[in-house]
Design a protein around this ligand. Structure first.
Ligand code: SAM
Length: 345
């Protein structure tokens, strides 16, 4: 037995990584807990809480990607006093929730901004943080299970949750948000489109970049969870009973090609967001639901390498659409005002 070499697991971070990631095992982590270990597939680590059903990995590379995505949203609203959210919740909120917190960066920043509030972030996988503001709590849970928080929230925030839920589950999530906000509390959601767009024809029609949106969407639809939250969230929020609905549209440039300083900066960070994100965004989808048949890991890696090459071409003026929607849970006065209005008619 001893003269046999121990076989190497090719899935354990074999690609271009020279050391185990810092979040592999922390002192406070029980190695026996499968929730903390997740599972490895095609070189990436995924959460295991929700029956292996979320398409994006939870590993160092993806957490780096989330951090870049967070920065893009901050840069594009950097002229605002509060670039973290738009909901007018006043200066003294008490309870804030970040659903699908990812690395927890938004929750941490908001906790710093409101030291008197308790800011909770919840996710299927434990965020890799070694220090948190004392008023920030990051929890591992499935947002589709019944919620056990007792305090009604002033604000519930979601960002880039597209692909996490099917239509029925989205309705359930918005209902849970509605039920768990105080009257007059706010819901806010930021979503980005997976489609790479270009306004000036600088991307040739036959560029592989044009296949990214259709490929990821098609496989996401096959998986039962489309990537179209950007286009349906406003109506779903309205249907859930929210009022006072606002929206802001964005273009997130990909690359430093814009002339404007703010857009150049956002594009530079979004470029890193895409470079570090693409493999993780599509590996699960394409190896399980790719067309015409599920792709191999190698096919995905070659595809991503080609995309990376083209996304780096400075004369291609690429961007993705993004949208922010924020809305209020009605106050009792809202319904009496509405009743009065109806009576008047
Ligand atoms: C694309 S990431 C976005 C992370 C973060 N909101 C951000 O913008 O940086 C989506 C996150 O939602 C989490 N998620 C997906 N389904 C979930 C569920 N049912 N309950 C809780 N979190 C979920 C994933 O684990 C992932 O971390």
């Amino acid at each position: 037995m001893t003269d046999q070499a121990i076989a190497v697991d090719p899935d354990v971070y074999s690609n271009d990584v020279n050391t185990y990631p810092d979040d592999w095992q922390s002192e406070t982590t029980s190695i026996g807990s499968s929730i903390y270990r997740g599972f490895l597939e095609n070189g990436r680590r995924y959460q295991s809480l929700r029956n292996e059903e979320y398409m994006v990995p939870s590993d160092d590379q993806m957490f780096e990607t989330y951090e870049a995505g967070h920065l893009v949203t901050i840069i594009l609203d950097s002229e605002r006093e509060n670039p973290l959210f738009r909901s007018p919740i006043g200066d003294d909120p008490k309870h804030i929730l970040d659903l699908g917190t990812g690395k927890g960066v938004w929750a941490i920043d908001v906790a710093d901004m409101f030291p008197n509030a308790t800011v909770r972030g919840v996710d299927l996988f434990p965020p890799p943080v070694s220090w948190l503001p004392p008023n920030c709590v990051l929890e591992v849970d499935d947002a589709l299970q019944s919620w056990t928080w007792r305090e009604p929230f002033d604000l519930i925030y979601m960002r880039i949750m597209t692909g996490a839920f099917n239509d029925k589950e989205w309705d359930q999530v918005y209902k849970q948000c509605y039920d768990n906000l105080r009257p007059g509390g706010w819901i806010e959601q930021v979503e980005a489109s997976p489609v790479i767009e270009c306004d000036d024809g600088s991307v040739p029609k036959d560029s592989i970049l044009n296949t990214w949106g259709p490929n990821t969407r098609e496989s996401a639809i096959k998986s039962g969870r489309d990537l179209d939250a950007i286009d349906h969230m406003k109506e779903s929020i309205r249907t859930a009973g929210f009022v006072d609905i606002h929206e802001q549209e964005y273009k997130w440039p990909i690359g430093p090609w814009p002339r404007d300083k703010k857009y150049k900066e956002a594009g530079t960070v979004n470029f890193q967001h895409w470079l570090s994100g693409m493999e993780g965004w599509c590996m699960w989808l394409l190896t399980k639901f790719g067309s015409p048949a599920p792709w191999t890991k190698e096919e995905v890696l070659v595809y991503v390498a080609k995309l990376r090459k083209e996304i780096k071409i400075p004369r291609y003026h690429t961007y993705q659409r993004a949208r922010r929607v924020w809305a209020r849970k009605p106050l009792p006065e809202d319904s009496s005002a509405k009743e009065k209005e109806i009576k008047k008619e």
